[in-house]
Design a protein around this ligand. Structure first.
Ligand SMILES: [Zn+2]
Length: 437
C-alpha cells in the first residue's frame, strides 16, 4: 500500500534539519514507513493520494501518562475508547498506568493490556507495572516478569509510595533492569486526604486542602535516591515551585531525573475552580495533584520555557458523569486530557509566541518518547509512519460531543482553541479521519 500526502507544511527541524522555517512537502508512505519526503513533487504510482489542504504535518505525539481503566473500570474508559481519544488528539503512542482492577502488578495483567492494545491496533499503548503489590506500598512485584510481558516502566501512579525503604528497594531493582520509576509524588502524612490545594480557596469553601509540601517531600526523596542508586527517576505531573527546585538541583548534579507537566497545571490555578449552582465547587476541576496557587502555576510555566520540563503529559483520567457531579470532596480525582492537550498548548503557548512550535512538538513527541528510550518525533525517510495533520488556522470549540473518550470530565469544555487534529496515521494506516479522505 502506497499513500502520497500532498499539500502539507512542516518545519525544517521536524525534518531533522535546522530551522524554524515552514516548508511545503510531499510525503510518500509505503506500508508502515515514511518512504520519502520531498520539497518538490513526488512522481510515483500510488494507491491513495491525500490532499492535506495546507495543514501542518507533525510526527505522532506521545503521552507519558494515561489511565485507560481496563481491566475492571471499563464504564469510565477501555483500551479501545482510550485509543480513539488518543488518535483524535494526535497521539500515536501513550503510556498507560497500572491502577486498574485488578492492579497491573503481575505479568498476566500487563500482557493482557499489551495484547488488547495490539488487537485494537490504532495506537501504541505501552503498559506499566506497579512499583508495589496492589499499589499499597509494601511488597515489590516481580519486575523482570512484568518487563518481559511488555511493561515499559514501573509506577504506583495514583498513590505515592509512603515508605522510603520500599521506594529505595524498588529503585535498586528497576535500575538492574534499566527501567525508569515514575513517581506520583505524594507524602500522605502531609496531603491528609485533601481534595484541592490548601490555601485561600480551600479555606473559603471549607474543603480539606492538600499541602504543597506533600509533593515536594517525595520529589526531594526521589531525586536523592536517584543520586544514590543511579535509577532513572521520573516525576509525574509536577505542580509546585518547590518540587521544580528539587528537580533543577538534581539535574545540575547530573542525576538521572526527568519531569513532566500537564496542560492543566500550566493553564489553571485553584482560584479558577468555578462554583456550581448550589455554591459548591465543580469536581470537573478536581485532580491529584490539585490545581495549585498562581505562584506554583507561574513556576511550572517558567520551568517549561527554560527547558527544565522534559515532556508534557495529560494524566488522562476518565470518570463517569455521576461520579464527577458529586460534591468535590466525594468525587474522584482526575480529568480527561488527550483530545485537548495539543490545542491547549498550541493556542496558549505557541500561537501567543511564548514557545516555538518545534519545542512544543518535541515536548509532546521526541522528548516524551525519549523518557522511555523510544525513538520518535521526526519526519525522516525510513522512520515509522506515525503522522498527524493539524489545522493551525481555524478556531474550534470544545463541546461535550467533541470527545471520543467515554467520559467528558474536562475543565476545558467551552474553550475556543486552535490546533484541531484533521488526520492521524498510525504505522501508515489512517486511524482518525477528520477530513473525509
Ligand atoms: Zn498521579
Amino acid at each position: 500500500m502506497k499513500t502520497l500526502i500532498k499539500n502539507v507544511k512542516t518545519t525544517k527541524h521536524l525534518l531533522g534539519q535546522t530551522g524554524d522555517d515552514f516548508v511545503s512537502v510531499e510525503l510518500l508512505v509505503e506500508d508502515k514507513l515514511i518512504k520519502s519526503i520531498s520539497e518538490s513533487s513526488i512522481k510515483v504510482e500510488v494507491d491513495q493520494t491525500i490532499d492535506g489542504n495546507g495543514y501542518f504535518i507533525s510526527p505522532g505525539l506521545c503521552d507519558p501518562q494515561v489511565h485507560f481503566r481496563e481491566p475492571g473500570l471499563e464504564y469510565k474508559e477501555d483500551i479501545e475508547s482510550g485509543s480513539k481519544a488518543a488518535v483524535k488528539g494526535g497521539f500515536t503512542t501513550v503510556i498507560s498506568m497500572p491502577n486498574t482492577v485488578p492492579t497491573a502488578d503481575n505479568a498476566d495483567v500487563v500482557s493482557m493490556m499489551w495484547e488488547k492494545s495490539q488487537s485494537v491496533g490504532i495506537c501504541r499503548v505501552y503498559p506499566t507495572g506497579a512499583v508495589t503489590m496492589g499499589l499499597v506500598g509494601n511488597d515489590l512485584p516481580n519486575y523482570s516478569a512484568m518487563k518481559e510481558a511488555g511493561a515499559i516502566a514501573f509506577t504506583d501512579d495514583g498513590k505515592g509510595v509512603q515508605k522510603e525503604a520500599v521506594f529505595k528497594a524498588a529503585m535498586i531493582e528497576a535500575q538492574k533492569l534499566n527501567m525508569p520509576v515514575l513517581d506520583h509524588s505524594e507524602d500522605e502524612s502531609l496531603s491528609l486526604g485533601g481534595s484541592i490545594h490548601q490555601g485561600e480557596i480551600s479555606n473559603k469553601y471549607d474543603v480539606k486542602g492538600i499541602n504543597s509540601d506533600s509533593e515536594a517531600a517525595h520529589v526531594e526523596r526521589g531525586c536523592r535516591l536517584s543520586g544514590e542508586t543511579g535509577c532513572h527517576y521520573h516525576v509525574l505531573h509536577v505542580s509546585t515551585k518547590k518540587s521544580i527546585d528539587f528537580v533543577k538541583a538534581a539535574k545540575a548534579n547530573g542525576y538521572k531525573v526527568t519531569v513532566e507537566v500537564s496542560p492543566h497545571h500550566l493553564l489553571l490555578c485553584d482560584e479558577d475552580i468555578p462554583e456550581k449552582e448550589d455554591g459548591s465547587l465543580d469536581a470537573n476541576w478536581k485532580m491529584n495533584p490539585p490545581l495549585r496557587s498562581k505562584e506554583d502555576r507561574a513556576a511550572c510555566i517558567s520551568a517549561l520555557l527554560d527547558g527544565t520540563i522534559d515532556a508534557i503529559a495529560t494524566d488522562h483520567a476518565p470518570h463517569a458523569p455521576d461520579e464527577k457531579s458529586m460534591h468535590i470532596e466525594a468525587a474522584p480525582f482526575g480529568i480527561i486530557g488527550l483530545e485537548t492537550a495539543f490545542p491547549l498548548v498550541y493556542t496558549n503557548f505557541v500561537k501567543s509566541q511564548k514557545m516555538s512550535l518545534n519545542k512544543c512538538i518535541d515536548l509532546m513527541s521526541k522528548q516524551a518518547g525519549g523518557l522511555f528510550g523510544l525513538e520518535m518525533g521526526r519526519l525522516t525517510e525510513g522512520s515509522v509512519a506515525d503522522i498527524v495533520l493539524f489545522d493551525m488556522d481555524n478556531e474550534f470549540e470544545v463541546t461535550d460531543n467533541y470527545f471520543a473518550s467515554k467520559s467528558k470530565n474536562s475543565p476545558f469544555t467551552g474553550d475556543k482553541l486552535f490546533g484541531l487534529t484533521k488526520l492521524t496515521l498510525f504505522e501508515g494506516k489512517i486511524v482518525y479521519n477528520g477530513m473525509n479522505v
